[in-house]
Design a binder for this molecule. Sequence first.
Ligand SMILES: O=C(O)CCC(=O)C(=O)O
Length: 396
Amino acid sequence: MPSDPRRATGFDLLSEELERTFWEARCRAEGRVDTLLPGILEASGAQEPGTNRLAVRHQAPVPVAALTRALGSYLGRADLSTERGKVVDPETGRAAQLDSPLVTAPLHLSRPSRLANHHARAALADGQTIVLNDCHDSLGPWAVRLCVDLATIYSAFVQGNVYISKGDSPGFGSHWDDHDVLVLQLDGRKYWEVYGPAEFSPLRPETLGSASGDFVWSGVLEPGAAMYIPRGWPHRVSGFSDVGSTHLTLSIRRPTAIDLLDLMPAEVCGAGPTSDDWTQAMTIWRSSLTISLQRPVDLNRHLVDTSASPSTFGLSLPGGLIAEATSEARMRFRVNGAWFEASEAGVQILEEMVRRDSFTLDDIRQTGCPDNALVDVVDSLDRVGVFYVATGAGVG
Ligand SMILES: O=C(O)CCC(=O)C(=O)O
């Protein structure tokens, strides 16, 4: 009878250990988010899905100044006529592509008139809202950490969008999002109205865009305020004539049952549902949740030059790792929808990385691992898109 390779190599223990360290990483992420945004996790039903509700904190201890500085410097260097920059028409609430670079000089957020690009100035003066999509990775290590922590906690895809407006701009008008949003007011002020959902777990196009429940809350968000709005809760905004507004919205796309169906292997769908199929589909689904928060890592640079200014790295593993032994000496992992293999030394390296929230390559080297195994693991993690630079060269 063939021997069980896991018994022979102790892989069972390693994979249990990995699962435990991932769980600890999630608890640490919850601790950090709870400190910055007290009560938000509880309101969002992070531990008990389906129990989420609106939460507003007027003075959350979020580092607004650091974020605002990072945003100003991003605006000063970015060409936002890419897919990241849009303007929202105040009449129709529709977003259109920016047709030219937005700014060419550093921006003072409280004085949007200093936007160097005249199209952007004119757009703001016209009551249009400028939306910078998916820009969290340009807003410094704090924003990246928060996105990764939220992704870890909710097993979700998280991205940050910035909204800049002037005067009483209405943005998109009344609408609901098919994901949860966490709004952080950075500069100026904005008035919000929030309504209850028209139905539980609404989905487009099944649920009408205009569907809405009863009025729930209205108020003004000032710098340092945070608001969590669950998926499907309609909201609308209005600015003030005397002051502009800039906020960062983190969209938290938790997986839905539809995502699960999409990921179910054809043979499972064909076979009809049984509880084993369900378990298998859930396993695949958990490991397929994707997250691409990171800018590409120039690994060669970081691996070769670790002494001058060592970069710190982190792993984002929403949904965790799924491990299985392939032979007596190797194990394979499904992470972020892709497989990679690791030797026993590689598995131990992985465990060291998961154990830490962030690490330098020297931290891992000092655990006595062979250099070639470290390079192999880093290479594989980078390939499957879960290795990111937490601080160091290249992070604004
Ligand atoms: O400020 C706006 O124009 C709309 C903002 C919004 O809907 C959001 O941040 O989710």
